[in-house]
Write a protein that binds this ligand. Structure first.
Ligand code: CP
Ligand code: NVA
Length: 316
């Protein structure tokens, strides 16, 4: 089976990849997904091991990476910060050096993006960002693969993100910009995406024929959108700001009324976990328009493709 190339050794942010590389990743993902549905075995990563460091909770990321490695003929190790020496002060650099001697790739979910970068800097094996405060690249890749399955193109496709300008919004903007889509983001002014991410996304959009738009008006963003996307208002690590956020985001919810602003046939997206009744109405999340569980499933398929490319590309 032909495995696509990727210039970057690591995936720390979506912009580590070019448009061409993402499209090749999606093609490979579609192939692995079809093989999985046909119950065809391939053992692309036989004998390979992935270490998964978690400093925050997870359902999808943990399970999809672990199941993905198993389906590829490899193995995954769940390393909670409470159980490894990282939690007792061993440095991230030493952790990277040690794990590199045992495993073929490392996935990390942590707080600061710099920590994932430092891990990658000291690791001799590929490092995958499984979510930081700033980015969630695996999520955005699965999201755009899901859109690709629906539309087969990103040209002329408008995705409206409503809510907090967080890690998920950042990666969605960057990925949309690289793929030439139109991403409109509606947030309260004080919770808009980080300026440095917006600037990077705008440059990437210009280069790739995409369009990035920021507004404080949810209805304006939702107008004629083909996809409405949201995420929780309070991300992991922001619990102290909960009261302020709940007040600020009242107008930034995906509701039936907001959906009526969007294009005919508009689909509903959420990275999950959802806080039903807060950022999204339960009724909308359970409606025919919702593709939230397809997104969750596609984490598995996209990450299997990504793991194969990163591990086989550098170590065989
Ligand atoms: N969407 C996502 O990353 O979910 P988890 O936090 O459950 O991994
Ligand atoms: N923005 C959320 C995403 C969870 C998958 C968080 O960081 O908690």
């Amino acid at each position: 089976m032909k495995i696509p190339n990727m210039a970057s050794k690591h995936l720390l942010t979506v912009s580590d990849l070019t448009q061409k590389e993402i499209l090749a990743l999606f093609k490979f993902t579609a192939k692995l997904k079809a093989m999985h549905k046909a119950r065809q075995r391939h053992d692309l990563l036989k004998g390979k091991v992935l270490a998964m460091i978690f400093e925050k909770s997870s359902t999808r990321t943990r399970v999809s990476f672990e199941v993905g490695m198993f389906q590829l003929g490899g193995h995954a190790l769940f390393l909670s910060k409470d159980d490894i020496q990282l939690g007792r002060g061993e440095t991230i650099a030493d952790t990277a050096r040690v794990l590199s001697r045992y495993v073929d790739a490392i996935m990390i979910r942590t707080f600061e993006q710099e920590k994932a970068e430092e891990l990658a800097h000291h690791s001799s094996v590929p490092v995958i960002n499984g979510l930081t405060d700033t980015h969630h690249p695996c999520q955005a890749l699965a999201d755009f693969f899901t859109i690709f399955e629906c539309n087969k193109t990103f040209k002329g496709i408008k995705i409206a993100y409503i809510g907090d300008g967080n890690n998920v919004a950042h990666s969605l903007m960057l990925c949309g910009a690289i793929l030439g889509a139109h991403v409109a983001v509606a947030t309260p002014k004080q919770y808009r995406p980080a300026d440095f991410v917006t600037e990077e996304a705008m440059i990437l959009a210009q280069k790739n024929g995409g369009h990035i738009e920021l507004t404080t008006d949810a209805r304006e963003a939702a107008k004629d959108a083909h996809y409405l996307y949201t995420d929780v208002w309070v991300s992991m690590g922001q619990e102290k700001d909960k009261e302020n956020k709940l007040a600020a985001f009242r107008e930034y919810r995906i509701t039936k009324d907001l959906l009526s602003q969007a294009a005919q046939g508009c689909k509903i997206m959420h990275c999950l976990p959802a806080h039903r009744g807060e950022e999204i109405e339960s009724e909308v999340m359970d409606s025919e328009a919702s593709i939230v569980f397809d997104q969750a499933e596609n984490r598995l398929h996209v990450q299997k493709a990504l793991l194969t490319i990163l591990i086989r590309g550098h170590h065989s």
